[in-house]
Design a protein around this ligand. Sequence first.
Ligand code: SAH
Ligand code: SF4
Ligand code: F3S
Length: 440
Amino acid sequence: MPKYHIITYGCQMNKSDSEKVAGILEKLGFLPTEMEEEADLILLNTCSVRERAEEKVFGKLGELKKLKKRNPELKIGVFGCMAQRMKDELLGKFPHVDFVLGSYKFVSLPEILEELKDNKKVVLFDDEPYPEDVDWKIIKRDSKFQAWIPIIYGCNNFCTYCIVPYLRGRERSRKLEDIVEEAKYLAGQGVLEITLLGQNVDSYGKDLGDVDLADLLEEIHKIPNIKRIRFLTSHPRDVTDKLIKRVAKLPKVCPHWHLPLQAGSDRILKRMGRGYTYQEYKDLIYRIRSEIKDASFSTDIIVGFPGETEEDFQATRRALEELRFDTVNLAIYSPRPGTLAANFEDPIPFETKKEWFEELENLQRKIIYEKNLRMIGKEEEVIAEEINPKNPEELSGRTKNFRLVFFPGDKSLLGKLLVVKIKESRLWSLRGEVVREVND
Ligand code: SAH
Ligand code: SF4
Ligand code: F3S
């Protein structure tokens, strides 16, 4: 039987797509392998969000050249966002690549693998990427207890720095009935936690007319065996009061909000095209906190946007101090070809951007440390998800606010919803002890 190996870069959307591709391949009779050397088919699911993400793929493709030399029968394919961006240019740069598939074209893999048999090269993409779906029953999910369900594809926002809308196409919501049916199927398979995915989940349903994310959460909440529901990413401009009230009302929905702020300066937010001021963002956080006591927040920040001044940077710094996020994904601005901001003047030296980045990194490290310390002694609900690969006598799982917790326990506890008392805090994780199992 032929063997496949998939390497995934980028966001959860890509991870979810890789699970679909694994499903398609296994239906065709392929077996998975962890070892590149023994694979007959190697696939790279790529990301274009920053230059660095693309460099990683270039590096990997360079490495794979040697493997292909040793085994000319090996087929190498590139898909995902960078494939959509570079199309046949990728074949020009890397002649040992056999095929390139645009954003949603992996659905055509069965036919493409047939074409490859004649040693042809294949490049397949849509100019306007248009989402296509695979039968969810074939998806090969990474985790037994946690599942990602994409609910909306694409993005209409065109933030001036971002390449995603060009590569993932316009927003398109999946039908509510389909999503609920998929969730029910997963519940039947033993999945306990569902994460609803989209570049902007608050836009869910706008193209369908009469439903929104709040309605969808309510429907999924009715499925008895689903214990937890998460959703990401939220756009600060689009979160409605209806959604906040619904999350407050539905106990299985984790009150964890991934709300990318991007910058603390109104001048920069405007140039980014984000559609809110810092004050509006802050009001939103306070509105959520007033409805949901234990709400927690994570965010994304871009450092060194073109034209950012020391004063703008200090505004972002103050925002992190003031709002004290649970997680901050920091990135230095990276110009993306074809986006508006790529034409903006960018006089700030890279060295300054790096210093700003490090300053925010240190600040956030301190905040997380203090926040973790404050969790000691608290009792948290955790699903036992995995055995700690470094210590087989320990299990790990996540709290409702997405903190990683390790605790002593054996594999009979896997897949159980537990109350864990937090005993110790480390920088990126917590340690605790099981108090009891939650039986509802
Ligand atoms: N749809 C989500 C995520 C988009 S990409 C959202 O709206 O937030 C994830 C993150 O990458 C963004 O939030 C942003 O912080 C970062 N990002 C996007 N384009 C970037 C660029 N050109 N340079 C640096 N960071 C970027
Ligand atoms: Fe990119 Fe903005 Fe869309 Fe997020 S909302 S994917 S940052 S354009
Ligand atoms: Fe990257 Fe595409 Fe996701 S550019 S962040 S993989 S949508």
